[in-house]
Design a protein around this ligand. Structure first.
Ligand SMILES: [Zn+2]
Length: 335
């Protein structure tokens, strides 16, 4: 009797287990550094992330989706981008990506980058809408990080602001809803903060290394004109304890105060100790703990959480971005 009942019970449990939807930016490889130029923002980042998730112990609980197959069309992506960027900015990227070029020494634009940006935007739109409907958690695997891009400027590797475009689309579809954005990338997401600084339906909180690029987000007391921004600079060398304390005591009480319908994470992994771009000292497991603080201590439902990849440039499968991503996702679907 026991012999027969156990598999049935396990089957029942597994049918209700959380699953993670991962949306890949199918065309990301078109966005690549000019030949011969060494750069940390490379297609290998997403390849490493995908390999790590496919090799993870929970790979059977991942639903893979491709942005290129999404019902969110390239036209939808353009509409979403127009809500948060100037037409001039979008036309400049489109024109530059005919031949390749760059906005500054960090921020290149390759032949085909425009198509890659539309595809990345589709990934975020799709992931956001699934989580907003309560069918998450979801992860948009995209590059480059977009959180520095402002309405009219490409910056810090990013040509367009995926997070802002996706959240603005969500608010256009559901004007009475609230969205929380947690940005745990080691750099302040100046672009997201600037784009939403007048919209109290969005709360944005960034934890970042004080004084790191781009040098903004240094004043915790400055909540912006609508009072919806919280900047939490952490000292150089800060580790998981300092980060998790800021998350528990400041970030989440602020972000969850107005009961958001959707929780978006600008999930950068350059606060890892091994990352070449900054000096914070988080370990991969701290990102899993971070998720548990959100879902277990603050009881926010994982089904309404959407993550999108931002930075993270060490690709070591044991200590770098791929490992931290695996810890994050494991915690998101933990029972
Ligand atoms: Zn970063």
């Amino acid at each position: 009797m026991t012999f027969i009942a156990m598999p049935a019970l396990l089957l029942a449990l597994s049918s209700t287990a959380l699953r993670l939807t991962v949306v890949e930016q199918t065309l990301h490889g078109r966005h690549r550094p000019p030949p011969g130029v060494r750069h940390v923002e490379v297609p290998e980042r997403l390849i490493a992330a995908i390999q790590a998730l496919r090799a993870s112990p929970f790979s059977h609980r991942i639903e893979w989706a491709r942005a290129i197959d999404s019902e969110r069309t390239p036209e939808d992506a353009v509409t979403a981008l127009k809500r948060v960027h100037t037409l001039d900015h979008l036309r400049t990227i489109q024109a530059m990506s005919q031949t390749g070029g760059g906005f500054d020494t960090d921020t290149y634009c390759a032949p085909g980058s425009w198509e890659a940006m539309l595809d990345g935007t589709r990934a975020w739109l799709h992931a956001c809408s699934v989580a907003s409907s309560g069918d998450g958690p979801t992860l948009a695997l995209t590059r480059p990080a977009g959180h520095h891009a402002t309405a009219d400027t490409a910056l810090g590797f990013g040509l367009v602001n995926f997070a802002a475009a996706a959240v603005a689309a969500e608010l256009a579809a559901k004007p009475d809803s609230y969205v929380a954005i947690l940005d745990w990338d080691v750099h302040h997401g100046n672009g997201v903060a600037d784009i939403f600084k007048d919209d109290a339906r969005v709360r944005y909180c960034s934890t970042h290394e004080a004084g790191a690029f781009p040098g903004t987000g240094m004043e915790e007391a400055n909540r912006g004109p609508a009072g919806n921004l919280l900047h939490l600079p952490l000292p150089s060398g800060a580790g998981g304890d300092e980060y998790l304390k800021a998350l528990r005591e400041k970030a989440l009480p602020f972000l969850l105060e107005q009961r958001p319908n959707l929780f978006v994470v600008c999930a950068g992994y350059d606060a890892l100790e091994v990352d070449p771009l900054a000096t914070m000292r988080l370990k991969p497991h701290h990102f899993g703990e971070s998720v548990k603080v959100i879902t277990e201590q603050f009881h926010f439902p994982p089904q309404k959480i959407m993550l999108g990849l931002e930075g993270g440039y060490n690709l070591c499968p044991d200590e770098g971005m791929p490992a931290a991503l695996v810890h994050t996702c494991a915690a998101l679907i933990a029972e």
